[in-house]
Design a protein around this ligand. Structure first.
Ligand code: ATP
Length: 379
């Protein structure tokens, strides 16, 4: 096992016209499980391939343990990689697939190799598949074999490139737990790439969010969720996405109000929230962020509420997604105006009708404010 450190890691393509990874710095602790998430093309796979030694960095370095492996060939790095497409040898049995890496990288005897494969197969619950060929297996079984092949070598580092993307939703959830169990039991430092923010949030000790090759934030899932460093992270993490409203701070009745710039939105701030943000002054413009799960139907006891018109109610079982229009008119979609959707994730008992005027509210502590020029959080 080993820590992994990326120092100013950079990858350019096409003579520098494409910067896939932009001077990435991160230290991953020995035994840590880190997930890497971001939209398509943000540099996740390129980062992983540079750690694996499959891609040569333009500049910067990769340190595994105390060794700088930047110039080391992939086969000399003590890592195992699991891919989305399993990458199994189709003509070899499961046993031979799992044994292959051991034959290449160790001088174990045949008997010792068999024992290791047996151990890994038991770990993955695939002992009864050892004589099968990959095309006789389901997607889930193939991925178990791929995981078994990765653990059999007991590498210092596991690299996962969207390993569960080809599986259906239910199997994906089961396999997530399996991967976590494996990592817990073996304690192998792991870097897990996914485009699925929910997967990243549930699996990682920490989560690294990339955009255009640039690190946006790294932190424990809760920390990133509760304190997004910028508007992008606020919008990317959480489902449905955080609501955003452009607001200006106004002086009103001796206090401060967040007033919608394009929307009919007014919300009185308490001294507590003004203190929290510290820098708020009349005339300042911000992007207000509120998560759908932090928006509640008002029950009359609130200090302040916001009026909205219900566009649609989408039941998802225990909860409802209530799509609201803050402009005060029902958005027919016919006027060509891009109405801002504001979503409340409410208890399923809240079932307003389409077109109904409702009052919603939220707590001061759930308010996020971002600088419209930089997108950075104002905290
Ligand atoms: P996805 O989620 O779609 O797999 P990703 O986050 O893994 O995306 P990368 O595959 O790392 O992103 O790509 C990052 C950027 O580098 C993209 O703009 C991509 O087009 C570019 N890129 C990747 N490989 C090459 C290459 N061999 N030549 C030129 N550009 C490349």
């Amino acid at each position: 096992m080993a820590s992994v450190e990326l120092r100013n890691l950079r990858k350019e393509y096409d003579r520098g016209t494409i910067v896939a990874v932009d001077d990435l710095d991160i230290e991953i602790e020995d035994g840590e499980f880190i997930t890497v998430v971001g939209p398509s093309g943000c540099g996740k796979t390129t980062t992983l391939r540079m750690v694996a030694g499959l891609e040569r960095p333009t500049s910067g370095s990769v340190i595994i343990g105390s060794e700088d492996v930047t110039d080391l060939h992939a086969k000399n790095r003590d890592i195992a990689m699991v891919f989305q497409n399993y990458a199994l040898y189709p003509h070899k049995t499961v046993q031979a697939n799992m044994e292959f890496g051991l034959r290449m990288s160790t001088d174990l005897s045949k008997e010792e190799r068999r024992e290791k494969v047996q151990w890994a197969a038991e770990m993955m619950g695939i002992e009864n598949l050892l004589e099968d060929k990959p095309d006789e297996l389901s997607g889930g079984q193939k991925q178990r074999v791929a995981l078994g092949r990765a653990i059999v070598r007991e590498p210092e580092v596991f690299l996962f490139d969207e390993p569960l993307s080809n599986l259906d939703a239910k199997l994906r959830k089961t396999m997530r737990t399996e991967v976590q169990r494996l990592q817990d039991e073996l304690g192998i430092t792991s870097i897990y790439v996914t485009h699925d923010q929910e997967e990243a949030m549930t699996m990682g000790d920490r989560i690294l969010i990339l955009r255009d090759g640039i690190k946006q934030q790294v932190g424990a899932p809760k920390e990133v969720y509760n304190n997004p460093k910028n508007e992008f992270v606020g919008g990317f993490i959480g489902s449905p996405s955080m609501n955003f409203v452009d607001v200006v701070v106004e002086q009103s009745d001796g206090g401060l109000v967040l007033a919608g710039i394009d929307e009919d939105f007014r919300y009185h701030l308490t001294p507590d929230v003004v203190d929290k943000f510290g820098v708020l002054e009349s005339g300042g413009e911000y992007i207000l962020g509120i998560r759908p799960e932090d928006v509640f139907p008002a029950d009359g006891s609130e200090r302040d509420t916001v009026s909205a018109v219900v566009e649609v109610v989408e039941p998802i079982g225990s909860d409802n997604y209530v799509y609201l229009d803050l402009s005060g008119e029902l958005d027919t979609g016919l006027d060509g105006k891009d109405e801002i959707e504001f979503i409340a994730r409410t208890d399923s008992a809240f079932e307003p009708e389409t077109g109904e005027q409702v009052e919603v509210t939220f707590s001061d502590e759930d308010i996020h404010l971002f600088d419209p020029a930089t997108g950075e959080s104002v905290l």
